[in-house]
Design a protein around this ligand. Sequence first.
Ligand code: SAM
Length: 274
Amino acid sequence: MISSPLSTTVHAAGAAFDRLAPIYDQKFTDTLIGRAQRNAVWKVLLKTFNHDDNILELNCGTGEDALFLAQHGISVMACDASQEMITHAEQRFEAQTTPLPVVFCHLPTERINELAPVRRFDGVFSNFSGLNCIEDLAPVAASLSQFVKNGDRLLLCFSTRVCLTEIFYHLALGQKRKALRRLSGHTQATIDGVTLDVHYPSLHQIRRSFGSHFRLCSTTGIGVAIPPSYLEPWARNHPAAFRILCRLESLLARVPLLRSTGDHVLLCFEKVSV
Ligand SMILES: C[S@@+](CC[C@H](N)C(=O)[O-])C[C@H]1O[C@@H](n2cnc3c(N)ncnc32)[C@H](O)[C@@H]1O
């Protein structure tokens, strides 16, 4: 594992996630729901990238996916806007032996072009909503297009604009504002007193942002039957029902329309010539 500090400037989302980093794995990665949603992403991840590929990972967090990729013979350059997330990721790797090196880099996605032109990758991966912290995705798409060749793929997991489970759950509790919070396309989240902007682009908007360089080749729902992570206490108290939802997930994940109304959506784009 090699760490490469390219950036030292403060980044709003990075500062917010710095606060979450020490408890991120406990609050998400190691939960029943976090694990079930990540397993669903990993199934697609292994079908998208190949052994010996070299992947650029955006918003890598505490490095759970980088470790998984490295264990499957895929080398990774993993970036994040949060120095604390990067530090936790590096610590995770200290305790592991992986067949391939992982390079961690404290670098916000908005500045990913700073890696060019020296870098070439076989694909790009972004998991669990890091790209929802970016207001304008088109410049990011343009930067990413420099790193990969025609036919190479991006696998990007976004929080959706419409999450049916969230809407029904909060409406049932009479919490209309929470039920509808994603629908305007933008909200502010507060992590331990630090506020960050979160964007919920529609599928159409995402396609448009990436469309000059990439073609959408598949859409997989993540968290269509599996609920959002704040329902972890319910999942723990209802293990049989949760197991049924996990089985239903793979059936519903590919159903047109429904697949874009889960907690997340996983989009596979292919680089095309312009
Ligand atoms: C919900 S976490 C997901 C982390 C990791 N991908 C995972 O699967 O567990 C979102 C991550 O995005 C990072 N992030 C948010 N905005 C970012 C940006 N503009 N550039 C790079 N990373 C960003 C945060 O620091 C955080 O680590």
